[in-house]
Design a protein around this ligand. Structure first.
Ligand SMILES: [Mn+2]
Length: 408
């Protein structure tokens, strides 16, 4: 056996053990907590269908992120079996502190997990098996391997797993690698995906999306589940994955596109009128709750639009605030006033960062956000996101302005 097949067999073995740890329970009700992007939604759909096939009653709770305030609402004593997908690995320690006695929790994530052992829960993560979670195994692929461990019949879900990989940018020019590639082959062999012509970017078609290619299907799921999150659009996205697209979902996605256009247009007009706020190298905007009901990814997209629009030139960090709605559509209300913060950089600043003249967002954001009592979520070099207490907005701006000024 070569290294690849050893890794694969070990991963399969861990999935078998995880599946058995659910099926050997007397309880037949399970809750799936999964991300609301395309990878998370397809993972949630695959797990839902395979667990229903195995005789479980399944509850799907799509979320934008694991917010500590959600955990008491998720981990009630009544929910005895909980499966996390496409998130949770990085906050396994916090999750483990909320698990009531006698409840079983499994995390199927593919993001680099937090170090440490958490005896109260079980994790299966490709990264623990030498499989690259960024390139070789989307969350939907991990979910599909879990489904295959439950029942070989679940091969039919390989096409959805490939859609998840596309959503997570793990397919390039029609090709995948690692576990994603195995599932792509499986779906093609079964005739559930087929080559879609000359366009290398969009070579495969999914039957349940009425012949749409994977990229179009990804855009549609994003419109429904990400933009439409606060109107239960994630439910429509799950339905589309499992039962096929219907007119209701299509009409909703159009409605959401119009809402986004209006909200962004109005905010951009405001910026053209009054200008952006500035402090040193930090340029910032606060949309408060004016993007509602759009999901919290909207502010990051809007920061990119500010840069595209040319509203800010030169070398600047672009910071956007969007208020966290106090009510989650699946978990109800929770206390605490918080703000989502997105960070982007102008093209000029990106060049300075690449030359090493300026700190990138990975170096800048986590420490600054911690200092004002918030937490960093996804931090990459040129894009980052975090959540901070509402009243710390100006402190964060001043701190960022100070740090970037000192570094120059
Ligand atoms: Mn993912």
């Amino acid at each position: 056996m070569n290294m690849d097949s050893i890794r694969l067999e070990n991963f399969r073995g861990a999935m078998k053990a995880a599946a058995a740890s659910l099926t050997d329970q007397p309880c037949r009700e399970i809750t799936l907590i999964h991300h609301n992007d395309t990878d998370g939604i397809t993972a949630g759909a695959i797990l839902r269908k395979s667990l229903m096939r195995a005789g479980f009653l399944v509850e799907n709770i799509p979320i934008e992120r694991v917010h500590p305030a959600f955990l008491p609402a998720i981990h009630t004593p009544e929910r005895r079996l909980i499966l996390y997908a496409d998130l949770g690995g990085q906050v396994a320690d916090v999750i483990s502190r909320h698990i009531p006695e006698g409840c079983r929790v499994i995390i199927l994530d593919h993001h680099l997990p937090a170090a440490g052992e958490f005896p109260r829960l079980r994790q299966v993560n490709p990264e623990h098996f030498g499989i690259d979670g960024d390139k070789e195994c989307a969350a939907a692929a991990a979910a599909c391997f879990f489904a295959l461990a439950l029942d070989a019949e679940n091969e039919e879900m390989a096409a959805l797993a490939v859609l998840g990989a596309v959503g997570d940018h793990q397919m390039a020019e029609g090709r995948c690698s690692g576990l994603n590639a195995l599932l792509l082959e499986m779906a093609v062999r079964r005739g559930e995906l087929r080559p879609g012509g000359d366009d290398a970017e969009t070579p495969y078609l999914v039957p349940c999306f009425q012949g749409w290619n994977l990229r179009e299907a990804d855009r549609l799921i994003t419109a429904l589940a990400v933009n439409g999150y606060y109107r239960h659009g994630a439910d429509l996205a799950l339905d589309a994955c499992l039962k096929g697209l219907d007119d209701r979902a299509l009409a909703f996605s159009v409605e959401l596109a119009v809402i986004q256009q209006k909200r962004f247009g109005r905010e951009m007009a405001r910026i053209h009128r009054t200008g952006l706020d500035r402090d040193g190298e930090i340029v910032w905007t606060d949309v408060e709750d004016r993007f509602y009901p759009l999901g919290l990814k909207a502010i990051g997209m809007f920061c990119e639009e500010i840069i595209r629009d040319g509203a800010v030139g030169g070398d600047h960090y672009v910071v956007g605030f969007q208020r966290f709605p106090g009510e989650n559509p699946y978990l109800g209300g929770f206390s605490g006033r918080e703000t989502k913060v997105s960070f982007r950089v102008t093209p000029g600043l990106k060049r300075s960062i690449e030359k090493g003249e300026k700190p990138d967002l990975m170096r800048l954001v986590p420490q600054a956000v911690h200092q004002v009592g918030g937490f960093a979520e996804a931090c990459h070099r040129f894009a980052a996101a975090s959540t901070i207490p509402e009243e710390q907005k100006m402190d964060l701006v001043r701190l960022l302005a100070y740090i970037t000024a000192v570094r120059t």
